[in-house]
Design a binder for this molecule. Sequence first.
Ligand code: GSH
Length: 293
Amino acid sequence: MTDYTPPKVWTWNKESGGRFANINRPIAGATHDKELPVGKHPIQLYSLGTPNGVKVTVLLEELLALGHSGAEYDAWLINIGNGDQFGSGFVEINPNSKIPAMADHSTDPATHLFESGSMLVYLAEKFGAFLPASGNARAQTFNWLMWQMGSAPFLGGGFGHFYAYAPLKIEYAIDRYAMEVKRQLDVLDRHLAANRFMIGDEYTIADMAIWPWYGALAMGLLYEAGEFLDVTTYTNVRRWTAEIAKRPAVQRGRMVNRAFGEPSSQLHERHDASDFETRTLDKLQAQAASAPE
Ligand SMILES: N[C@@H](CCC(=O)N[C@@H](CS)C(=O)NCC(=O)O)C(=O)O
């Protein structure tokens, strides 16, 4: 427990925010003028390969794998650590200044999208894929999609922040969010005990929304919290995670706009399907160059 008593009126103390304090502000709006680049495809994505970004690149790659050539896209890197999300062009698309943001130039004027869940629904409806057309399965897909959008802030903003990023370890906060995140994992684990995917045998945008967050968590890849949360006990979530991870479109989607981790797992910008091949070629050349004589 701390002996902090909140003042009558909260004021902005720039020094106290922990990791990411440099980009956290209590006010919205642009901090600088910056046009966004626009590439050759109708769909322009402005993002970063975090779990929220990966949801959308996985769906775009899945749509392309199904043969929907209209889903070709340019993916531009938004470096949130440098404050790119506060540039005027980005804020015009997303007044909330968070990745991912997207513009569909096949409409006039272009359709602006923000909130990853909204983007998943928009693309699934546009191409008629990964969202059941009617009835119970459609309702269930929305249930789980909204569940993810409502639950992940407790995981990221709550547990992740206080366990991994806060400048001090607060037992009360970590306890509260560890309990909630374990409860969420148990919700998923019980559901996936009886279902191959979130919606029975159908792979949908609900899986694509949940997988980057809770799949990574269940594999111990988020916040170095695998042991702390005893994630190996969520066997059904781990089985589902592993099945989805094998999909080639998921493997491609995970690379797009990724600017951290193994260099071979990163494709900072994506403008063409061949960019993945070039990436593989770069990788092979780098391996060859570093191989012993
Ligand atoms: N609910 C939003 C959350 C987006 C979000 O939190 N994005 C983070 C990265 S994962 C971000 O851009 N943070 C930058 C900031 O807060 O300034 C969505 O799903 O699109």
